[in-house]
Write a protein that binds this ligand. Structure first.
Ligand code: UN1
Length: 500
């Protein structure tokens, strides 16, 4: 099925641009999927002004009515789950099960947002003054710019979009150039629901396709109070600084260097399964992918032998085939980074299991690589870089304190996990002396978080929180309101301020 047919299947009339600024390319076989027409920087101020106009109207629609838009959008996503997943597989190379999982994640956050639309509640706080009321109100914020990455081309946008919409904001979405068709597909479905909602203004959501210069111009717009960006630490550093310069708010979801600690008290079968999914799932291209493994010395040999055997059995190949567990890397650059990291580890004396490129000659612009285990025991104590590929650096340790210290001793702080059946070890890992990450799991891996919790990490991961729990507060303006229903004006802190 070609891309035009796929659009037809989801009920979207879409014609490829006559002349594209760039092409959407499938990592499966390097095939050109469609030319993509991009926006120019000089269009950005108008887009921002339209988003502001839409916000001014949408903020007045009662939140439960705003939620109904998400309710209907979720129904469309349910109806077209398989086709939307197909877009992800074609354009980003995800295996079908994971692509469908990503669409499910969108459906889940929309359901969450519908419930949330009736629960945007504030606090009533005891006032120190007689006949005074003290309240905390949550108000819509303004246009929200969402910058999303190729690896979760739909779900991460939806975490932001669903919350921002029920919170009364308008949207501008700047997706990765590598995932333009995924963005067009989702956005068109949302637009159809917006058009069918009489309270929803035109330009409530706008999709902006473009390169880095377009992103930079968007980020500079003073009329966009919130920028939520997913991507590399370097990108986040630039976006964060630009937004801060103009006193905007940013939600940053950046790199991870996630570790699993396996102690000798662990259920090793469970650990093995989780390490595999964490390290090789999505071809190691999740921000939550497991990049480092710390094994207690007594079980290290056994675990590495078993992992090595499992790695040899992994099916790497066409993500459309049901037996495939590992699809292609997104592009040649990702492949080159992976090979360079393997070469460095080999040169330093690490033992490498896997890592070789498959399907070498037949498909020139597709990059299939077997996941690699890098046994760094006796060579390195830790690994600082996030290589966005299925590479797992393995270390051993004697004490849990040392394992946690090494796990924490990297710049990033997204996700972490421990495998143990000891309640002491598990609780220590979750304590103030334990993991310093935004996500800390016990007896499950680093990736695959549910939408119900707040998602994000500390340090160079950017500190932002998206998705569940009270992450919605990041998309609203907090207003503290004090109401005086007395006949006089008592001042706070007992201050006496009278004309003589
Ligand atoms: C990402 O890779 O940017 O926890 C997001 C997970 C997914 C989201 C990953 N639910 O792995």
């Amino acid at each position: 099925m070609n891309v035009t047919h796929l659009f037809q299947a989801i009920g979207v009339t879409w014609q490829p641009a006559a002349a594209g600024v760039w092409h959407s390319v499938s990592p499966i076989d390097g095939a050109v999927l469609a030319p993509i027409a991009a926006h120019r920087c000089d269009q950005v101020p108008t887009i921002a002004a339209q988003a502001k106009e839409a916000f001014l109207q949408w903020r007045l629609v009662p939140a439960p009515q705003r939620g109904q838009l998400l309710y209907r959008f979720a129904a469309r996503l349910r109806q077209h789950k398989a086709e939307l997943a197909r877009f992800i597989t074609l354009e980003c190379g995800k295996i079908v099960a994971e692509a469908e999982g990503e669409v499910q994640e969108m459906i889940d956050i929309c359901d969450f947002a519908v419930g949330l639309s009736r629960q945007l509640h504030g606090l009533t706080i005891a006032s120190e003054r007689p006949h005074h009321a003290l309240r905390e109100l949550w108000q819509p914020l303004g246009p929200c710019l969402i910058i999303s990455a190729f690896n979760f081309p739909m779900a991460v946008w939806s975490w932001n979009a669903a919350l921002a919409l029920v919170c009364g904001n308008s949207l501008i979405w700047k997706p990765s150039e590598k995932a333009s068709l995924c963005a067009i597909a989702c956005h068109e479905l949302l637009i159809q629901e917006i058009q069918a909602t009489k309270e929803a203004p035109a330009h409530l959501s706008q999709l902006v396709l473009g390169d880095r210069s377009v992103s930079e111009t968007l980020v500079e717009q003073v009329s966009i109070p919130l920028v939520s960006a997913t991507g590399s630490c370097r990108m986040g550093q630039q976006v964060g600084a630009k937004v801060a310069e103009r006193f905007g708010r940013s939600i940053l979801e950046l790199g991870g260097n996630n570790a699993i600690i396996v102690t000798e008290q662990a259920d090793l079968d469970l650990a093995l399964h989780a390490i595999l999914f964490g390290a090789v799932g999505t071809a190691g291209q999740r921000c939550t992918s497991t990049r480092r493994l710390f094994l207690q010395r007594k079980i290290a040999d056994e675990m590495l032998t078993r992992l090595g055997q499992a790695y040899h059995r992994l099916n790497v190949g066409d993500p459309r085939q049901s037996e495939t567990l590992v699809g292609p890397l997104i592009d040649g650059e990702a492949y080159a980074d992976m090979q360079a990291a393997i070469a460095t580890a080999r040169a330093e004396g690490c033992r490498i299991v896997g890592g070789e490129r498959r399907l070498q000659q037949e498909i020139p612009h597709a990059y299939y690589a077997a996941p690699a285990l890098i046994d760094a025991r006796g060579v390195w104590q830790n690994h600082a870089e996030e290589v966005f590929a299925p590479l797992l650096y393995c270390f051993d340790f004697d004490t849990l304190e040392d394992a946690i210290a090494r796990q924490n001793n990297v710049a990033q702080g997204l996700s972490s996990a421990i495998f143990t059946r000891s309640i002491q070890e598990a609780e220590y890992f979750l304590s103030a002396a334990g993991s310093d990450c935004g996500i800390a799991n016990v007896n499950l891996g680093t990736s695959g978080a549910e939408i119900g919790g707040a998602f994000g990490g500390e340090k160079h991961t950017g500190g932002g929180r998206e998705s569940g729990s009270d992450a919605w507060k990041g998309y609203m303006r907090r207003m503290t309101a004090t109401i005086n229903y007395a006949d006089d004006l008592p001042l706070a802190q007992g201050i006496d301020f009278q004309l003589n």
